[in-house]
Design a protein around this ligand. Structure first.
Ligand code: FAD
Length: 409
């Protein structure tokens, strides 16, 4: 099998890489330390740059590459989209609203009606809106289907009450997609529905959850009698679980882990090639060389896995795509953790410092702290392993997910 890009794909890759390499030069300093959620959502200047870049990417029609032409897209191939994703993520340039472009839009293309596609897709394509994903609840994370936030029908509206938690970027968002219980008699995954919600609707309160260093990325979102029009129900009443599963698989394709991992590894390689300890160039140290080789091999394998997720999704085999997406998510989040762990070891005591002139790879400790969350976000790795075990080709008996917090003693 030949994994090399065609000549045309190689040209695309170089064009996107050139664009993002130049664009990131104009980013505020906070992105020079590695970028990521903290730079984009916690810092005002960082968020302003993200919005500016979103508009630029929107003008180039790069936020809607695979969509049908009649909906403003370019009908680009999955390979084209993946090449774009990889180039953007390697540069760590912001401007791409992952929640809107990579989660909500593809879900809408499958489950939205014509009116919803017409209303919600163009602002995403133009880079005008920031989305967030309001799914998890204090007692419903891994076992998301035990969620309790409810919506009751009242004329042409639904009235939502309840609480969501860990909502990334809710304080910066214009809108959200959420899943709530619309059948009060139901339990588990039945009786749930999926809504688009304007975050400025009366009755929504967003409260910050701060990092230990004071950064603001995550939030709690409280709903008190929030009225949402029926026309914003996506995929039909009671079908929320099916719609959510589709969004989840789009979330887990995982290319970002491997692209940002390559960038992080490059920085470590530059450092070890130019730094001596006890008279020895670090790049001559056998342990360091072996770790670099090991990480590089995992990143190459992971990139192929992420491409496979994209191809399987495009082929419409959503069961195989779900299993491949879980594999990619596990490998990607664990390799991100291993790279930053290795980075802190290479730096020695300096690796513990944040934002200090004495720290040669400024972002390493922040990435190390963030990397733990990556193994939990988007569904913890334990749950991903369970998913792989019960899907083809392993076909193990399915184990019911039980949330310890909701087990009656
Ligand atoms: C960085 C980050 C960003 C996030 N962003 C968002 C967001 O934008 N929107 C949103 O809605 N949510 C978000 N989340 C929430 C995330 O989806 C949940 O944290 C995750 O699904 C786990 O749920 P939980 O925190 O309730 O942990 P629990 O479900 O209570 O799990 C606790 C531990 O028990 C393990 N466990 C639980 N059940 C089983 C089982 N059956 N078998 C084996 N092990 C099990 C888990 O693996 C985990 O290690 C984010 C989380 C993080 C860390």
């Amino acid at each position: 099998m030949d994994f090399r890009l065609t000549k045309q794909e190689q040209q695309l890759k170089e064009m996107y890489e050139d664009f993002f390499r130049n664009a990131i030069k104009n980013a505020p300093d906070i992105f020079k330390r590695g970028g990521g959620f903290e730079a984009t959502f916690s810092d005002d200047e960082g968020f302003a740059f993200h919005r500016k870049m979103a508009t630029i990417l929107g003008e180039k029609n790069w936020l809607s590459l695979p969509w049908p032409k009649e909906l403003g897209g370019s009908e680009a191939s999955i390979m084209h989209q993946l090449i774009f994703n990889e180039a953007r993520e390697v540069s760590r340039c912001p401007g791409y609203d992952f929640h809107g472009c990579a989660m909500f839009a593809p879900t809408l293309l499958v489950f939205g009606n014509d009116d919803q596609k017409k209303r919600f897709l163009p602002p995403i394509a133009r880079g005008e809106v920031q989305y967030c994903q309001a799914w998890s609840e204090p007692d419903a994370g891994s076992d998301l289907s035990s969620l309790q936030t409810s919506a009751k029908k009242d004329g042409d509206n639904w009235v939502i009450n309840g609480q969501k938690v860990w909502v990334t970027a809710a304080h910066r968002a214009d809108c959200m997609f959420t899943i709530v219980r619309t059948d009060p008699e139901s339990t588990g995954s039945k009786g749930l529905s999926y809504f688009y919600v304007d975050i400025n609707s009366p009755g929504i309160e967003v409260r910050p959850l701060y990092y230990m260093n004071g950064a603001h990325v995550y939030n709690e979102v409280f709903f008190t009698d929030v009225r949402v029009p029926h026309k914003d129900l996506i995929g039909g009443e009671g079908n929320g679980w099916q719609v959510t599963m589709a969004t989840m698989n789009f979330e887990r394709s995982g290319m970002g882990f491997f692209s940002t991992g390559k960038k992080a590894l490059d920085r470590i390689i530059d450092y070890v090639k130019t730094t001596r300890r006890n008279g020895e160039l670090l790049s001559e140290n056998a342990f360091i060389r072996q770790e670099i080789g090991k990480i590089y091999a995992s990143l190459e394998a992971g990139t192929m896995l992420a491409y496979r997720v994209g191809f399987t999704q495009a082929s419409g085999d959503m069961m195989a795509a779900a299993s491949a997406a879980s594999e990619s998510k596990i490998l990607g989040s664990e390799i991100s953790r291993d790279i930053s762990d290795f980075g802190t070891k290479v730096l020695g005591l300096h690796g513990m410092l944040e934002e200090s002139d004495a720290t040669p790879l400024l972002n390493v400790i922040e990435e190390y702290q963030n990397s733990v969350g990556l193994t939990i976000a988007g569904g913890s790795n334990e749950i991903q392993r369970s998913i792989i075990s019960w899907m083809a080709p392993l076909n193990m008996p399915r184990w019911k997910l039980v949330n310890p917090a909701t087990v009656k003693k």
